[in-house]
Design a protein around this ligand. Structure first.
Ligand code: PDD
Length: 281
């Protein structure tokens, strides 16, 4: 695989980053994952805008313009011909700041920019999209700026492991009695024809797939209610599903051991997945 590191396209074995890099030492880095289907980038503009916002919130330099980022994404697709479906991972850290220090380094320290392809062939036919997935709930113990897409993913990893140990697919975070989001996705329920999802705030990541989905749903005259919901509401819902750049729209059929409705993917989730895949193609 050919990867991008600080201006160079090199084989992955040669891509090395300093042990002093703040991404490594402090988790001081932001990231994006942009879907690629059939060699085509999806929702690129949304990801670039969110990246700029994450960098800005952390007072980090934005080292690359939209055009440069687009060029790098396209170049990685071109240089890795075996990569057809999956995602492009992008990470920008505050760079190599020398010895460990809590304070940010001077502004002339260059950010470390890494991009690489992550193939997931057969992504569109993922059997989980047909069968739906099962989730458990866990307390949301993350920090309170979940709107910034940082690489501080230890708690979401623990949540994912708790789900694995419980023989289910994912974990939903719960705070003050309400679901915030999934370990790496935004979540929704459907009740009496209404799509219910938590409104944007610092409590959740502002999903790019979420924005696209809500746009398509309202174009299709579906009713959207942006409000928090509980685990009990999800268990009593007609449907549940989640969205992310790596799994698009995926039905959720069980929450904390209870089936959602019939325990099969519902028509709204199935239809929205179809619309999303058609519109983005
Ligand atoms: N995760 N919420 C969280 C906590 C996420 O990590 C993600 C994305 C989303 C969905 O955002 P989007 O639709 O822009 O992908 C919501 C990525 C895919 C990841 O960490 O791999």
């Amino acid at each position: 695989r050919i990867v991008y590191l600080n201006g160079e396209y090199i084989p992955e074995e040669e891509a090395k980053v300093s042990i002093f890099d703040r991404g490594f030492v402090m988790g001081d880095a932001v990231y994006e994952v942009t879907a690629v289907i059939g060699g085509k980038l999806w929702d690129f503009e949304g990801h670039v805008k969110r990246l700029a916002r994450s960098l800005n919130e952390l007072e980090m330099q934005n080292p690359l313009s939209r055009e440069e980022l687009l060029e790098i994404h396209r170049e990685l697709i071109a240089r890795n011909p075996e990569f057809i479906d999956g995602g492009i991972y992008l990470q920008i850290s505050r760079g190599n700041a020398g010895d460990r220090d809590f304070a940010f380094p001077p502004a002339d320290v260059k950010p470390t920019v890494v991009l690489y392809t992550q193939a997931k062939n057969g992504l569109l036919d993922d059997p989980k999209a047909k069968k739906g997935i099962k989730v458990i709930s866990v307390p949301d113990l993350r920090w309170h700026r979940r709107d910034i897409k940082t690489v501080q993913l230890l708690y979401p990893s623990l949540a994912k492991m708790a789900a694995k140990k419980a023989h289910v697919d994912d974990a939903w975070f719960v705070e003050d009695g309400f679901v915030t989001e999934g370990s790496s996705n935004n979540v929704y329920i459907v009740k009496n024809g209404k799509i219910i999802t938590r409104p944007l705030s610092n409590d959740i990541l502002h999903g790019i797939t979420r924005a696209a989905l809500l746009r398509y749903a309202s174009e299709a005259q579906m009713t959207i209610e942006e409000r928090p919901f509980t685990i009990e509401e999800a268990q009593a819902a007609d449907e549940a599903f989640f969205t992310s750049a790596s799994a698009f729209v995926t039905p959720v059929v069980e929450v904390d051991g209870k089936p959602v409705a019939s325990g099969k993917p519902g028509p709204v989730a199935v239809r929205l997945r179809e619309i999303y895949l058609e519109e983005s193609a």
